[in-house]
Design a protein around this ligand. Structure first.
Ligand SMILES: Nc1nc2c([nH]c(=O)n2[C@H]2C[C@H](O)[C@@H](COP(=O)(O)OP(=O)(O)OP(=O)(O)O)O2)c(=O)[nH]1
Length: 137
């Protein structure tokens, strides 16, 4: 299993109200669809370190605080395809995120009410529902 770590980049770790969605540019099959910024955890990396690295590469974030994991109903992450597992962590930053390495071409900050205003990756459906519940508390 390859772990993909994603950020629920939010406004407040203790009382999250918003999430930053990012629009992919590639591969063609996924281009234009929205996701949680992040990427594959590498050998020897903790999920938190992988997420910090990905957020720096993709969005130019240098000062990120990573909080609790957003867990699925069964306590794990979410399968995204046959070989990948998506794990999500809350994160906050004072930096201004901006697409940086070409992997995204738009960012949008959403609250629970407008979570469906972007076209999320099909594979993210269950994770998006968990985030909706989190932002609705
Ligand atoms: N980052 C991210 N990837 C997701 C999400 N949902 C989902 O199915 N994926 C898939 C898309 C990709 O097949 C894989 C992550 O790939 P990626 O391209 O973001 O990872 P990476 O930055 O490590 O890329 P690379 O070096 O392998 O090119 O997980 C999501 O919400 N966020």
């Amino acid at each position: 299993m390859i772990t993909v770590v994603g950020a629920v980049l939010t406004d407040d770790l203790d009382r999250p109200r918003t999430v930053l969605a990012a629009r992919r540019t590639r591969p063609p099959a996924l281009a234009g669809r929205w996701e949680f910024p992040g990427g594959k955890q590498e050998e020897g990396e903790t999920p938190q370190a992988a997420l910090a690295r990905e957020l720096a590469e993709e969005l130019g974030l240098t000062a990120v605080r990573i909080g609790a994991e957003v867990v699925a109903a069964d306590g794990g992450g979410w399968p995204i395809g046959p070989r990948h597992l998506l794990r999500l962590f809350l994160a906050v930053t004072d930096d201004q995120p901006a697409p940086r390495d070409g992997s995204h071409d738009a960012l949008r900050r959403l609250d629970a009410a407008d979570l469906d205003s972007v076209d999320w990756l099909d594979s993210d459906a269950a994770a998006v529902e968990a985030v909706r519940r989190l932002l609705s508390v």
